[in-house]
Structures are given as C-alpha cells and as structure tokens.
Design a protein around this ligand. Structure first.
Ligand code: AMP
Length: 355
C-alpha cells in the first residue's frame, strides 16, 4: 500500500485545535502541513507550514490546495460533502469522503451502526408532524430530539417529556430533519478510539470514561474505572465499525454504559477530545497515530503506560494554566485562541495519576 514519505505535505481541512495537534505530530515525523480553513488566525495555522484561508465552497482555492499536497485529511466533521469529494478527485483523502457522509448525519450513522448488529438507543426519524407524533408513540418519553446534522457539544438537541414539548422543540430546531432517541439512563459515558491502517490493521486505545458538563466534555479518565468489564465489547464494536466503514485513520466511538452493556451514541472519524490523554499517557499519541495511518505507516503501540486525567480548559478556565504550571505532573496544552467565549475549548491539561 502507498507510503507517503516524510518531506511530503499533508493537507488538513479545518484549522481548529485538532488540526493544530495533527500538524505538530506531522512536523515531528518530518512532514509539512497545509491547512485549509475559512477562519483567519486559526489555531492550526500557528504551527502549520502553510495555510489557505478559503471558503469550503471556493472551488478555485480548494483545487489549488488539493494540487499542492500529497494526501488530505480532515479535523472537522461539518465540512460540506462536495468539498471532500472535489478534493478526492485530485488527491487521496483519508479517511475517504464516504466515511464522513455516514458519520456526519445522525440518522444515517445510527442506521449504519444498527446494520452492523451493534446496539444504540432506540431511534426514529422526524421529518414531518406525523413522523414526530409517530416517533413519540414508538420511542416513548423521556426522549431526546436531535438535528440530524451540524450538532455538536449538545447543540441542536432537546430533552422531551411530552408530545407538546416535542412540537415546541421541533419548531425551535427550525423543523429541520431530526432524529428522536430514547433517553438512556446510563451509569457512565465512555469512548474508545480505534486506528486503522492502509493494510486494514486495527488497534484500539484503552476504554476511557467521559464526564460532561452542560453537554461539553469536562473530564476524561483514562483508563476507565470499568475497563475490565467493558473493554472487550468496546474493542469489538470499534473494530467492527472501522472495518465496515473502511476507515483509514482514527475512529472515535462514544458510548453509554448501561446494565445491558454498551450502546453506541456517536462516531467521529478523526482525533477526538477524549483521546488527548494519549499524548502523555500512551506510547503513541492519537495525533501521531492518525498521521501514521494516513501516511501508510504501521500503527504504533496503544497500551496505556500511565493512568491519566484530561480536563478541558473552557472559556476563562484557560487561566488555570498558572495553577497547573506549579504541578510537575500536569501537562498544559493551550490552543492559541484569543477570544475566550464561555464553553469554548481554549486548551486542556493532562494530569498523570500517581496510582
Ligand atoms: P451527542 O451530541 O449525541 O454526543 O450528545 C451530547 C450529550 O448529551 C451526551 O454525551 C449525553 O450526555 C447526552 N445524550 C445524548 N443523547 C442521549 C440519549 N439518547 N440519552 C441520554 N443522554 C443523551
């Protein structure tokens, strides 16, 4: 399978913190990086070799970007499908655009997961008033109404307790296509990240526990305290999905832990916030692993060699770096963002646990 040699240029679509950390890993391995983003002064542009600032619909700028790089990847899911398809006609895109087509749309994603025989929350489509009433009848309350696209960090989703609630919520969501999901009374939230190489080899990182606040990831505990009970199922789920999607690169699988086992909530075919701990806690960090996979290298070791906690620095919390700076076991990562809006991911800190 094709090996992209160091010295080549990796194109990264999206200029956020994931792009920034991918570019750092790529640079260490001898690659140049070229970021394509609509945003000025993006976190990734501070560390990349080159940046193109352009709209995702700007075919002229996209073509020039595609022609100037040796392989393309992406760090962001809400990229228009046509953007990646256009790039794919010029240069190899990894993972391939069809992976994003499935995972960026909650309904397609859940139907795909089910088709692999993997459990999810019960769900039904909502595209009309009739489907909404039907879905509430089938799923029951409480349930969660989510837009099928453009939702992240709890945006575009509402908890529903009655049909009246659902009608109000659907109007508030703009009567756009939605998915209604049963509300899962989980004991914990977990995720696992699998990497898959160009040769189809797959390696999983240990299962981690994720603690959310206001729907945004607050803390990841790695490995998860319940790893012994659930790792085998998590690994099997992640490898099955990565294989079925034919992913080259990383696939993050977010799950609910229930008495009946794991239910898959969401997939992300890219480095994931819940995998940031791997930079200090595993021999191969997730960003290096993604670059290894898309450039045709063998995958690196994913064993956790140090238990960690990763805490996101949201909004003004980035100033806590001053406290963490006094702690030798704390590794602070700041993303170079200047505007610290509430809830915005400004950085994270990974703390190596002693036990
Ligand atoms: P999502 O955007 O699907 O990742 O959802 C964000 C968060 O909302 C999840 O991490 C859960 O804490 C919560 N959530 C989402 N879907 C459900 C569900 N079906 N049942 C219970 N909680 C949910």
């Amino acid at each position: 399978m094709s090996l992209t040699p160091p010295g080549s240029t990796i194109g990264i679509v999206g200029g956020g913190q994931l792009g920034r950390m991918l570019a750092r890993a790529a640079s260490r391995m001898g690659y140049k990086t070229h970021i394509y983003t609509p945003d000025k002064d993006s976190p990734a542009s501070h560390v990349a070799t080159t940046t193109t600032i352009g709209a995702y619909q700007d075919t002229t700028a996209l073509r020039a970007f595609g022609q100037s790089v040796d392989v393309v990847t992406f760090e962001f899911e809400n990229i228009p499908a046509e953007t990646l398809e256009m790039l794919d006609s010029i240069v190899t895109v990894r993972p391939k655009p069809s992976v994003l087509f499935t995972t960026r749309h909650r309904l397609r994603e859940k139907e795909f997961i089910r088709a692999q025989g993997i459990a999810t929350a019960p769900f039904a489509p909502v595209r009309s008033n009739e489907e909404l009433a039907e879905a509430i009848k089938t799923i029951g309350v409480p349930c969660v109404l989510k837009t099928t696209e453009m939702g992240y960090d709890g945006k575009g989703q509402v908890v529903i307790k009655s049909l009246e609630d659902a009608v109000v919520a659907w109007v508030a969501l703009g009567k756009t296509e939605c998915i209604l999901e049963g509300f899962i009374d989980f004991s914990a939230e977990a995720s696992v990240i699998v990497a898959r190489s160009t040769l189809g080899e797959a390696r999983c990182y240990p299962l981690v526990q994720n603690i959310h606040r206001d729907h945004i990831l607050h803390k990841t505990i790695a490995p998860a305290p319940f790893i012994d009970t659930h790792q085998a199922q998590a690994t099997q789920i992640a490898k099955t999905l990565a294989e079925a999607l034919d992913v080259v690169g990383l696939l993050a699988v977010e799950m609910f832990v229930t008495e009946q086992g794991l239910l898959v909530n969401e997939l992300a075919p890219r480095p994931h916030n819940s995998g940031h701990w791997t930079m200090e806690g595993a021999p191969t960090g997730q960003f290096e692993q993604h670059i290894r996979a898309i450039c045709g290298w063998a995958l690196g070791d994913t064993t956790a060699h140090r238990p960690c906690e990763m805490v996101n620095l949201l909004g003004d919390d980035w100033q806590l770096w001053q406290e963490y700076a006094k702690q030798p076991e704390a590794h602070v990562h700041l993303y170079g963002k200047t505007d610290s809006r509430p809830g915005r991911k400004m950085g994270h800190v990974t703390i190596i646990r002693r036990n």
